[in-house]
Design a binder for this molecule. Structure first.
Ligand SMILES: NC(=O)c1ccc[n+]([C@@H]2O[C@H](COP(=O)([O-])OP(=O)(O)OC[C@H]3O[C@@H](n4cnc5c(N)ncnc54)[C@H](O)[C@@H]3O)[C@@H](O)[C@H]2O)c1
Length: 292
């Protein structure tokens, strides 16, 4: 797809961070956007800013854990707004796990899997039948993470496990649609090249009441990219960050170029991935990767 003008883009997790930047980038290219999120206040604020810029935008509360919410979102996109050509399965959370994994709150595992993995599955289930039935050029972009898809960091096994599963689902979806010679393209977005400065560190702000964790359950205490930077500096390391607007531009370029792997590598991560692949091929034991 080369031209986004007049196309409708549906973005889950569209109220903040990368989803929000995608909405502005697509709006600037003349697309209409339907942003979906659980955070009503952030949704209202993003919608107001998009509308101020003259973007044709609408918003819907949608909890990606719930298949009925995704069905309602797909219905709005196709039955009320004329049909979507771009779907971004982007909503995601980080649980803030810390310490040995056998001490984690069950709710950290459950919440992260329900949003990060089931959110993607529910989005695929709600939108794929409609995208295929429309029989037009369309794209579904799934936000994964190198943390899980390519590398395993010892301090974030919950998040890594969800994103490893997301990668398997995304890649299998791509292959199924290739076999079917579908007009629907699948893209795997890996935000970067560095840690993206978004609200992900403070995902607890949208943690639902049914996933509460005990006040004394292990938590990293990292609520912003700056918190992480300070921690890394205390170990003598440094942290570079990426603005989510940069990720949105990478994403649009990836769609234009019909790419499956959509990312900007940084040399450090690339070398860690090479090391991991060599370790698998040569059957040498894993070594923890350093942060890119
Ligand atoms: N920030 C990074 O460095 C980074 C790196 C790799 C991948 N990602 C991925 O990028 C995606 C976007 O995250 P972000 O970094 O922009 O964080 P963010 O917190 O700024 O945005 C995530 C959005 O998802 C929404 N959300 C949370 N739970 C939801 C639910 N149940 N239903 C619907 N919406 C929900 C939040 O309200 C928020 O608006 C996520 O999938 C994340 O895992 C981020």
């Amino acid at each position: 797809m080369q031209d986004f003008k007049g196309k409708l883009a549906v973005i889950t997790g569209g109220a903040s961070g990368i989803g929000r930047s995608l909405a502005f980038a697509l709006g600037a290219e003349g697309a209409s956007v339907l942003i979906a999120d659980v955070d009503q206040a952030a949704l209202d604020a993003t919608l107001a800013s998009l509308s101020e810029l003259g973007v044709s935008a609408s918003a819907q509360i949608c909890d990606v854990r719930k298949s009925a919410d995704l069905a309602a979102l797909a219905s709005k996109a196709f039955d009320k707004l004329g049909g979507a050509h771009l779907v971004f399965a982007n909503a995601g959370v980080a649980a803030g796990e810390a310490g040995p994994m056998w001490g984690y709150a069950d709710n950290d595992w459950k919440w992260c899997f329900d949003v990060n993995l089931w959110g993607v599955i529910n989005t695929i289930n709600a939108f794929m039948p409609r995208l295929i039935a429309a029989d037009e050029e369309a794209s579904i972009m799934i936000t994964g993470s190198g943390n899980g898809a390519f590398l395993v960091y010892p301090d974030q096994p919950v998040y890594s496990a969800t994103k490893a599963a997301v990668q398997a689902v995304t890649e299998a979806l791509y292959q199924q649609l290739q076999v079917a010679q579908s007009k629907v393209k699948v893209h795997a977005l890996f935000p970067g090249p560095h840690i993206v400065d978004t609200g992900i560190f403070d995902s607890d702000r949208v943690r639902p009441s049914d996933y509460t964790k005990a006040a004394d359950a292990p938590d990293s205490g990292i609520k912003t990219a700056d918190d992480l930077r300070i921690l890394m500096e205390s170990y003598g390391a440094s942290l570079e960050t990426t603005h989510p607007d940069e990720v949105a531009q990478t994403a649009l370029m990836g769609i234009r170029d019909s790419k499956f792997w959509v990312m900007e590598w940084n040399p450090k991560t690339r070398s860690e991935v090479e090391k991991r692949m060599q370790s698998i091929l040569n059957q040498t034991n894993p070594v923890p990767p350093s942060l890119g």
